[in-house]
Design a protein around this ligand. Structure first.
Ligand code: FAD
Ligand code: NAD
Length: 469
């Protein structure tokens, strides 16, 4: 058994862990990152954000080539799907990203210890090496960045063949004729969009009375209408009570969430996407005395430190939205705190994007949250039907909605559906970060003709003076 000594040992190399390791190395620390997967990058790069976006992008192109180009005067003839090539595009995208992290580790002289890490005590991580044997690492600080895992339902055991998680849904060998999504959240709608564009008939079974429950209510209602127009079927306020896996398909028994008559839905593929939970298996947290909160997340203080001095946690393993960029920001913040700086994350300015078409993007508080808090607001809205660039693109579904404090005009929330709103939300995150007023956005010159003009018009609409509406 060998022992090596580090300023920082990070367990997990997802966007939280690898960014933390790089930032700490930049600040002069000697860093090791323990990762048991064969490649770096965690859920996000291997089986999450990156492969799902590669398939969303590719399936969007297929959809556009099949149905969207004739209106632009582009004749294509019969469009055919080459699913193997599409999957190869996804695999190549993943590979270049995970290889990129390996390159950055080398560049920053970070040691990747390949194996499963366990916290033996504060200052000591034991690694069961993938190659066999054990290695003990001495560490001045330990960061838990072990991420999350899929939540499964007892009535729907995931076999990754017919009943799949997001991981199985990223590697289907053929396009299912029918697909049921259990859970109308982000994963369900993104992966459902991929397979629907490629030809599947998709039905969403959602326990609550709305899709995307955390989003602004008006956005979630409008998005359901848009997806329904695209052919997606919705069974809201519905629960799955059982599943029978047959030779060709799965028979799902569903019934109203409040109780009532059951019905059966047949599907070639069932995607279970009812959320994710922190993953801390085998980490030795109990033995090390690290406390969890009431939801099984690693409990931390305002500086990401657990109740055990020298042990920190970030990303999906702790509270907050399970988003890659939130994990990255926490990774940077904790590295800076360890270096004696003032690392900090502004949780009021974390954007969130659903990469459907049109996209959904938001930052800050929802109308419902602000009303519940008793904050008086003014609302400005602007539809993409009135935006010149959106018309030129034939992408006029959706709108921008800005919520500003009625007394101070400070922007408190921005919620959008529309073309590329995942890019537009960056400007809105900056506005919230800088404490901008809607007047600040309204007085900022936005290039013409761009989609960003819809944001400016929504800001003008807060004060009742949009120009193009
Ligand atoms: P993870 O990325 O989960 O990484 C944790 C790593 O730790 C894993 O590689 C794991 O192998 C390793 N590990 C765990 N325990 C140990 C141990 N004991 N020893 C060694 N290694 C260990 N978020 C977005 O912001 N945008 C998106 O578009 C997006 N799309 C997604 C699509 C899908 C299908 C999924 C599933 C998720 C998506 N997410 C997205 C969420 C995003 O992937 C997570 O929020 C993010 O990966 C969390 O980062 P993390 O560093 O906390 O953990
Ligand atoms: P989610 O929380 O977004 O959605 C889960 C949905 O399942 C909710 O609508 C919930 O009401 C519903 N649900 C729960 N139990 C159910 C049941 N028994 N029957 C039917 N419906 C049920 O979770 P997800 O879609 O699994 O995604 C997991 C995490 O991954 C999310 O927190 C998200 O932040 C992250 N993610 C982000 C992106 C992105 O940023 N674009 C993409 C994919 C995943």
């Amino acid at each position: 058994m060998s022992e090596a000594s580090y300023d920082l040992v990070v367990i997990g190399s997802g966007p939280g862990g690898y960014v933390c390791a790089i930032r700490a190395a930049q600040l002069g620390m000697k860093v090791a990152c323990v990762e048991k997967r064969d490649t770096l990058g965690g859920t996000c790069l291997n089986v999450g954000c990156i492969p799902s976006k590669a398939l969303l992008q590719a399936s969007e192109k297929f959809e556009e080539a099949s149905h969207g180009l004739a209106a632009f005067g582009v004749k294509t003839g019969k469009v055919e799907l080459d699913l193997k090539a599409m999957m190869a595009h996804k695999d190549k995208t993943v590979k270049s990203n995970v290889d990129g992290v390996a390159f950055l580790f080398k560049k920053n002289k970070i040691d990747w210890i390949k194996g499963a890490g366990r916290i033996a005590a504060a200052g000591k991580v034991e690694v069961a090496l993938n190659a066999g044997g054990t290695q003990t690492l001495a560490a001045k600080a330990i960061v838990i960045a072990t991420g999350s895992e899929v939540v499964s339902l007892p009535s729907l055991p995931i076999d990754e063949k017919k009943i799949v998680s997001s991981t199985g849904a990223l590697t289907l060998a053929e396009v299912p004729k029918t697909m049921v999504l259990v859970g109308g959240g982000v994963i369900g709608l993104e992966m459902g969009s991929v397979w629907q564009r490629l030809g599947a008939k998709v039905t969403v079974v959602e326990f609550l009375d709305r899709i995307m429950p955390g989003m602004d209510g008006e956005i979630s209602k409008s998005m359901q209408r848009i997806l329904a127009k695209q052919g997606m079927a919705f069974k809201l306020s519905t629960k799955v009570t059982g599943a029978k896996v047959g030779a060709k398909s799965v028979a799902l028994t569903v019934e109203p969430a409040a109780g009532g008559a059951a019905e059966t839905l047949e599907a070639d593929i069932v995607l279970v996407a009812v959320g994710r939970r922190p993953y801390t298996d085998g980490l030795g947290l109990k033995e090390a005395g690290v406390a969890l909160d009431e939801k099984g997340r690693v409990a931390i203080d305002a500086h990401f430190q657990t109740n055990v001095p020298g042990i920190y946690a970030i990303g999906d393993a702790i509270a907050g939205p399970m988003l890659a960029h939130k994990a990255e920001d926490e990774g940077m913040a904790v590295a800076e705190i360890l270096a004696g700086q003032h690392g900090h994350v502004n949780y009021d300015a974390i954007p969130s994007v659903v990469y459907t078409w049109p996209e959904v993007a938001s930052v800050g508080k929802t109308e419902e949250q602000l009303k519940a808090e008793g904050v008086a607001i003014r609302i400005g809205k602007f539809p993409f039907t009135a935006n010149g660039r959106a018309r030129a693109q034939n992408n006029t579904d959706g709108f921008v909605k800005i919520l500003a404090d009625a007394a101070t005009d400070r922007v408190l929330g921005v919620h959008m559906i529309g073309p590329s709103v995942g890019e537009l939300v960056g400007e809105m995150a900056l506005a919230i970060e800088f404490g901008a007023s809607s007047e600040d956005i309204a007085r900022t010159c936005h290039a013409h003709p761009t989609l960003t003009e819809a944001v400016r018009e929504a800001a003008l609409a807060v004060d009742g003076r949009p120009i193009h509406m």
